[in-house]
Design a protein around this ligand. Structure first.
Ligand SMILES: O=c1[nH]c(=O)c2[nH]c(=O)[nH]c2[nH]1
Length: 306
């Protein structure tokens, strides 16, 4: 189709972005016989002056997605990977400052952790992949300001007591018995937004921040005597906001992993809060944002969009 024919159409190009998704990079740092491992899944998404590639097919402004992939691996060598956040900042800065048409970069990173295997007689180079839990970060840079949202997903936690649920609304469809001592279990998905947005300000210590934020979230989960998962959610977020000055906003999606007491009476047995059926679905889904006073809510309500 010719240019003039294309322009005659009542059609406009809306938001667009492009890049290479899910670049799996494992960086080994060799400190003598002791090795360190960073295992990341890096997704690059760039946007800017990209009308022509869509409208006329001119690739003059297009840095190939293949190049963005290569940059991830080259940077892993050149800069190393101190933290997922630091690595994402390097990448985002590079794409926006080195290519005129690129005005915005969004780098999403998942990080998988490896635990050192302490085996006698071996060098410090053996690792076991840790659980299901995944660390996350998203770095966005538009040439002047930064937004860093980090978090985790698939962190499964359980309290076997100190949880109740009663006093709720009852209508003609309500059958749920009130619970005065129940299991509370969830698979935590959390995102927290840093207030670091200006290159002039000192960056947080990303690794320390992650370790302490995760610890705050877990200790609040364990220490809250819970009257609902909603109350626990708020306590977990409040603990982070109170303890971590670098964080202004926390968003949680907490599936309530129901554990139902099994009726053992048919077998002549008393179930004294000991035997449960761990239900898979459906599950309650409790979601919420906790903010520092005066902070703006910017993490999307639906965490699958982040
Ligand atoms: O902690 C809970 N919050 C709810 O809103 C709810 N609803 C429900 O059936 N069980 C629970 N548990």
């Amino acid at each position: 189709m010719t240019d003039s024919a294309a322009q005659a159409r009542p059609v406009f190009l809306g938001q667009n972005q492009y890049g290479k998704a899910e670049n799996r990079v494992v960086r080994v740092t060799r400190d003598g016989a002791t090795h360190h491992v960073k295992d990341l899944n890096v997704s690059v998404s760039l946007s800017g002056d990209m009308d022509e590639v869509h409208l006329s097919g001119s690739n003059a402004n297009v840095l190939p997605t293949d190049t963005t992939k290569n940059t991830v691996y080259a940077f892993a060598k050149e800069y190393g990977i101190d933290s997922a956040e630091q690595f994402g900042v390097h990448l985002a800065r590079h794409f926006v400052t080195s290519q005129e048409p690129i005005q915005k970069a969004r780098i999403r990173i998942e990080e998988y952790s490896w635990e050192r295997i302490e085996a006698a007689g071996e060098g410090e180079h053996s690792f076991a992949r840790q659980g299901q839990e995944t660390r996350l970060t998203q770095i966005t840079y538009d040439g002047s300001s930064w937004e860093v949202v980090s978090g985790l997903k698939d962190l499964v936690v359980m309290n076997t007591t100190d949880s109740e649920f009663w006093g709720y609304v009852k209508d003609k469809y309500t059958t749920l018995p009130e619970a005065y001592d129940r299991i509370l279990a969830t698979q935590v998905s959390a995102r927290w937004r840093f207030n670091w947005s200006d290159e002039e300000r000192e960056m947080p210590d990303w690794e320390e921040s992650y370790t302490q934020t995760r610890k705050a979230l877990l200790s609040a989960f364990a220490e809250t005597y819970s009257l609902s998962l909603q109350q626990t959610l708020f306590q977990m977020g409040a603990r982070i906001i109170e303890q971590r000055e670098e964080i202004d906003e926390v968003r949680f999606a907490l599936p309530n992993k129901h554990h139902f007491l099994v009726d053992l009476k048919p077998f002549g047995l008393k179930n004294d809060n000991e035997v449960y059926l761990a239900a898979d679905r459906p599950y309650g889904l409790i979601e919420g944002t906790i903010l520092r006073d005066g902070a703006e809510a910017r993490i999307p309500a639906d965490l699958t969009n982040l």
